[in-house]
Design a protein around this ligand. Sequence first.
Ligand SMILES: *Cc1c(COP(=O)(O)O)cnc(C)c1O
Length: 384
Amino acid sequence: MIPLAIPNLCGREGEYLQECIKSEMVSSVGPFVGQLEEALAKACGAAGAVATASGTTALQSAMATLGIGRDDLVISPSFTFIASSNAISHTGASPWLFDVDDRSWTIDPALVAERLEKDCRRDADGTVRHIATGRRVAALLPVFTLGAPADMDALAAVAEAYGLPLIVDAAAALGALYKGKPLGATGAVFACLSFNGNKTITTGGGGAIIGNDLALLKRAKHLTTTARVGLHYDHDEIGYNFRMTNVQAAIGCAQMENLEFFLRRKREIEAIYRAALVDNDRLRPFPELPGCRSTFWFSGVQITDFDEQKMLGLIALLRNAGIDARLFWKPVHLQKPYKNAQQTGMSVSERIWPQVLVLPCSTQLDEKTQSFVIDAVKTALRAI
Ligand SMILES: *Cc1c(COP(=O)(O)O)cnc(C)c1O
């Protein structure tokens, strides 16, 4: 099977792992965690980074750091990986699920502004409250779908008007640019990354919070490392064990040395699929807002006249041909745990999601294999 997206360990991963073994620093102590945090902050144009055990726990601790918790509502899109919503739920808050914009597949800023205006009121102390549930609206959490930036200027304007912090789920967006600006300069308090095995860089499993407020980052580090004070067993609040290990960070440091190469390959692969498959009427490329640079974490096409049945038929043909093609995210409001979540109308998310075909896009994919995939897609499209 030609894989969808697998790790590319072509750098110094083995060498750095050997260093962990030789030094016997395989756990929470060791130099690689700090080195990875520095490399991430630099790559994102941010003041600092905190490495975590996963992207999900990065999101959860980013919210916890800002005091988001029980009974709060966090505005986020329904068209996302379920982890965005799970992280909100793990803090004790609930997601308020929004539809996405057809042009970017990211949260629709006009819809957010409209619902805040119509469904919420301000308490005397400025707290934004959702009228029907009485819950505080605590944050705005856009997702950079497939690594493509959301409309951050519009979202930052809404966030500012309502005094809401912006936290970006940038799990697959390391290296994305919004109007030329890296993740650290998009106006968000925090951006959260994932280094799961299928992401652009991997640490086996892991994540990070990046940001510019050093005091908040320090607090995030404290919370994610059991809220320990000093050398002994003193803890000043209920913290989490969300730390990344030196072994994971060692892999991450080696991966970061190849980040530019990986990003270039992702764009090359996407460009080849686009040139071969996209035609203006029926097959559309994955979105990228004007002036923005997506990381194209995954490549593929939108088949605009498909429903779920047809897409599953196409995918079955591709899988028979030995190609690991898949459907992309099923929206969160259609998932069992979130059926009753607070939500807007979802016409765009419900139309788009069964039309998104993701295709093999590992950075080591060679031209010949990609041509084979393209031919198989064209053949299968004629057969459906
Ligand atoms: C991968 C991903 C996550 C979760 O990251 P993990 O490291 O798997 O916990 C969250 N949100 C989005 C949008 C993702 O793509």
